[in-house]
Design a protein around this ligand. Structure first.
Ligand code: PLP
Length: 409
């Protein structure tokens, strides 16, 4: 057996489909984000990052970095074990209490990432519901799909954010079977928001549980940054809220917030929680500081929303095909994987702008795009440079502009 050839063929296939990914090696500049040094290629050595999920620059906020440093100085670098074997430290327990309080739930559980939280929680919850049927939005993230697969439960996929289709699927399902409806609030590739209240209405009508991924919304929406469910005043109608500490909160880690018994079930049965070392105290302390800061400060959220609206308006005004989005995400349609990659290479090499191409399978073929995430640190001068550079790239690649009137408002 030629094992080597199997793997080289696997990689070759990605090259042929123009889906081979090259990572950009950056060194972010503390205090000067979105500026970073590019270590990965011959192009511009200093770049402006326009695609970070550290949406509010909290990863660089002194409140967060100081909390991390103080915790490391006091408690050391690592957690020292799984939660069962000496890894349940004071900082992580404090973080869980804060998260439960943030979401108004009885309890919360921190896992090593948002991915792990989804995989572990969904697979465990569904396993305890005999004959469970899972209703999942067609655009749900890979981590939720992994959890659903791992649960072994029957699944029914409803069209993206389609309340009527979800109703049809619920109607045709045996009323006596347990049901779990799984959806996100902010879909991060299109920047649209799920109709949470309508999904909750259906769940109540058909006796289903609700599981909401707020990964791209926590810290960003709601008066205290608890997410879209807080903004839409439906937090108490959702059975399980899942989030990340890695995006708007700027650190790393994932969690679920729910009733004590549900959280205790995941804590006690999910291998993805049990058999892995806990997040270290420095991480927990930094995440806690970030959450607390964003519970009382709206400055970062408001600035970010203002920056996103400004960028959308500027792109639309010059006819760049900004896709409709009512959130902080600004997608710009290219519609071809090779051109999408070429555009981002040019932006990086010739204009010092780092934006990652978003290609299949992350988005459907033909909808390849640039996904731009403006943050509080992107000033008008940077925006001028971005819009100007995009126009030059569009011209060089002979990409279509759209009439300004048809662009997103
Ligand atoms: N859920 C969604 C919707 C995501 O986009 C992501 C992506 O990163 C995750 C979960 C995973 O979160 P984390 O990065 O914390 O693992």
């Amino acid at each position: 057996m030629d094992y080597g050839r199997i793997f080289s063929n696997a990689v070759q296939q990605l090259h042929e489909e123009r889906r081979y990914r090259i990572f950009t090696e950056l060194e972010r500049h503390l205090g000067a984000f979105p500026k970073a040094t590019n270590h990965s290629r011959d192009g511009a050595p200093d770049v402006t990052v326009w695609c970070s999920n550290d949406y509010l620059c909290m990863g660089q906020h002194p409140v967060v970095t100081d909390a991390m440093k103080e915790a490391v100085d006091r408690m050391g670098a690592g957690a020292g074990g799984t939660r069962n074997i000496s890894g349940t430290h004071h900082a992580i327990v404090g973080l869980e209490k804060e998260l439960a309080d943030l979401h108004g739930t009885e309890s919360a559980l921190v896992l090593t990432s948002g991915f792990v939280a989804n995989e572990a929680a969904i697979s465990t919850i569904a396993r305890f519901l005999p004959g469970c049927v899972i209703f999942s939005d067609e655009l749900n993230h890979a981590s939720m799909i992994a959890g659903i697969r791992h649960s072994g439960a029957e699944k029914k996929i409803f069209r993206h954010n389609d309340v009527d289709h979800l109703r049809e699927l619920l109607q045709e399902t045996d009323p006596d079977l347990p049901k779990l409806i799984i959806f996100e609030s902010v879909y991060s590739m299109d920047g649209d928001i799920a109709p949470l209240a309508k999904f909750c209405d259906l769940a109540e009508e058909f006796g289903a549980m609700t599981y909401l991924d707020e990964v791209h919304a926590v810290g960003m929406y709601g008066p205290t940054g608890a997410g879209v469910a807080e903004r839409d005043q439906v937090m108490d109608r959702i059975d399980v809220i899942q989030g990340t500490l890695a995006k708007a909160f700027g650190v790393i880690g994932g969690y679920i917030a729910a009733s004590s018994d549900l959280v205790d079930t995941v804590r006690s049965y999910a291998p993805g929680f049990i058999f892995t070392t806990a997040l270290p105290p420095g991480i927990a302390a930094a995440a806690l500081a970030s959450i607390r800061h964003l519970r009382t400060s709206n400055v970062e959220r408001e600035k970010q929303q203002e920056r996103a609206a400004e960028l959308k308006a500027r792109l639309a005004a010059v006819g760049l095909p900004v896709m409709p989005s009512n959130t902080h995400i600004v997608p710009v349609l290219v519609g071809d994987p090779a051109l999408c990659k070429q555009a981002t290479d040019m932006l990086l090499d010739d204009y010092g702008i780092y934006i990652q191409p978003i290609n299949y399978p992350t988005v459907p073929r033909g909808t390849e795009r640039l996904r731009i995430t403006p943050g509080p640190g992107h000033d008008n001068r940077m925006m001028d440079h971005l819009v100007d550079s995009l126009l030059k790239v569009w011209d060089r690649l002979e990409l279509d502009l759209v009439p300004a009137a048809n662009a997103a408002e």
